[in-house]
Write a protein that binds this ligand. Structure first.
Ligand code: GLN
Length: 182
């Protein structure tokens, strides 16, 4: 979470850590970070975040789910738990790259943020994959295993961690969504 806040500040915007549902009041965009989706799901329950996050999504505020955050956004989840927020029309498989491949990095072309000769260095950590996308979902990046970045209107979904490499392009893209420029 700290890394995301640092990236947001480096892009010239103001970031705040949301620790309680009341922290969602007045925000213009939300990043749901990685971690363990089962744990984050329990915290969402415990603090009563679920209705507030659903309201936020329905109000059109851009939400970017990375890794576990992507799992929380999905309507369909393959793995140990079912859907949590169910806001995006995708099927996500947890830990899709297997136990042997806990984490890896790859130079990934990402539609919409690509510059010639500058793919995005994507870090995957026990990452999920998007196995199915609904008609309104736009695929932005894929690996052989499946889709790893996608967008559905004001929702941005990524299987990897863009906050760990110092490359600000995906955070800038999200901020442009927040400013209504994308
Ligand atoms: N494997 C985690 C999960 O299923 C996600 C990992 C991550 O966020 N880096 O929740």
């Amino acid at each position: 979470m700290r890394e995301h806040l640092e990236m947001i500040e480096r892009c010239g915007a103001r970031g705040v850590a949301v620790k309680r549902p009341s922290g969602l009041d007045g925000i213009n965009g939300l990043i749901i970070p990685g971690g363990e989706s089962t744990t984050i799901g329990k915290l969402i329950d415990l603090y009563g975040f679920e209705p507030e996050l659903k309201k936020l999504g329905a109000s059109g505020v851009p939400i970017y789910g990375t890794c576990a955050g992507l799992i929380l956004l999905a309507e369909r989840v393959v793995g140990r738990h079912g859907p949590v927020l169910g806001l995006t029309d995708v099927t996500v498989e947890r830990n899709a790259f297997g136990r042997q491949v806990d984490s890896f990095e790859v130079d990934l072309p990402v539609a919409g943020i690509d510059e010639p000769g500058r793919p995005f260095r994507a870090v995957f950590i026990r990452a999920p994959v998007i196995e199915e996308t609904g008609a309104e979902v736009e695929v932005m990046a894929s690996l052989e295993r499946g889709v790893v970045m996608a967008r559905q209107g004001h929702y941005l979904m990524g299987a990897f961690h863009p906050e760990l490499t110092g490359d600000e392009r995906i955070h800038r893209y999200f901020l442009e969504m927040v400013r209504g420029k994308r």
